[in-house]
Design a protein. Structure first.
Length: 348
């Protein structure tokens, strides 16, 4: 049983709701939503997004009250709004708080996503932040962690068995996450490589998007397996260039999350790729998806980083050309199938 009770969750999207229900096996939960109507609906009906919510969950739109009651807080909001959320939360946070985020994407420091379209723009590690770095920049919280793993929200909310990883430099953060979330159906691993966990969680969305393209074309498991294997290699190349170890990508937050996200219709990134392959434009899909497919934003940032660090990442480069430069999918597939890879595994 967790000694942190209640626990706060910021973000009532599908994953935030799933984590709130998972936490409610062990603790009382305050679930934050900006929308007053969502708060009222949850508290009145005990349903949200078509899922029954535990009686231990109370919705609120008061960040100050959530921070006052909850020492352990899980922010789970899209990367595009994560920094703004932290700026709103920061005045109520103190050094005793523990923040474990569940956002799998990147923040751009002093840049907007549209700035990536500017000719000659250079993006380096100095402009790219992980969410734990945003937490530390915007608040006085020291004990920070990252939630990363094969965590498809629909399966968690359906009560299916799953596992996740809490990455943190602090043992007490890992232990707090494990105590709050461990249950009969949900297993929590720990790692001190928080950077590796965050990079793996963000980068696998790119490969999931590509896998969705293959699914939309009606192609089979052979080429999907090839994409996942080569995609994992690209994730490692990115990770090492940004300061993470190779090992971080071989565990639950890496290959585990990659396989789940790159093979499931419950994955927003896989769904984005499927719709792209069936003829919709990236803009049409982004405007009609109920929640952000993080892989699209991550793809733009990763492409710029690959240029800066001169990384050989053909899947990332080719997917960027398909999504943002109107490269025909058939030509992209032909290019990748004939790409002259030197060896199979070269990152250990």
């Amino acid at each position: 049983m967790s000694s942190y009770n209640p626990v706060g969750v910021i973000g009532a999207g599908s994953f935030g709701t799933a984590i709130a229900n998972a936490l409610a096996h062990n603790v009382e939960v305050l679930l934050f939503s900006r929308k007053q109507e969502t708060v009222e609906e949850i508290n009145r009906t005990r349903f949200h997004l078509g899922v029954a919510l535990s009686h231990r969950i109370t919705a609120t739109n008061d960040l100050a009250e959530l921070a006052r009651q909850c020492t352990l807080i899980f922010p789970i909001v899209p990367s595009t709004s994560f920094r703004r959320m932290m700026q709103a939360l920061a005045p109520y946070l103190r050094p005793h708080h523990i923040v474990i985020h569940g956002t799998k994407g990147f923040d751009l420091k002093d840049m907007e996503e549209d700035d990536l379209n500017t000719p000659g723009v250079i993006v380096t590690r100095n402009q790219v932040r992980t969410m734990s770095e945003v937490v530390r920049e915007e608040s006085n919280v020291v004990r920070v962690g990252s939630l990363s793993g094969p965590n498809l929200a629909a399966e968690i909310m359906a009560g299916q068995p799953a596992a996740t990883l809490v990455g943190s430099r602090f043992r007490e953060v890992i232990q707090a996450g494990q105590a709050a979330l461990n249950s009969r159906h949900f297993r929590v691993f720990g790692s001190y490589d928080i950077l590796g966990a965050e990079l793996a969680g963000a980068l696998k969305n790119i490969i999931a998007l590509g896998s969705g393209v293959l699914g939309g074309l009606g192609l089979g498991r052979n080429i999907q397996g090839l994409l996942i294997a080569r995609g994992l290699a690209e994730m490692v190349y990115f990770g090492k260039s940004l300061g993470a170890s190779s090992q971080a990508f071989i565990g639950v937050a890496g290959i585990g999350d990659l396989v789940a996200t790159a093979t499931s219709i419950n994955s927003r990134n896989y769904t984005f790729g499927t719709r792209l392959a069936k003829g919709e434009t990236a803009q049409q899909i982004r405007e009609t998806m109920p929640e952000l497919a993080e892989g699209v934003r991550t793809l733009r940032i990763a492409r710029q980083l690959a240029r800066q660090y001169k990384l050989h990442v053909p899947i990332t480069t080719t997917l960027h050309a398909v999504v943002f430069e109107d490269l025909a999918i058939e030509k992209a597939l032909e290019y990748l199938m004939t790409y002259p890879y030197a060896v199979d595994v070269d990152f250990f």
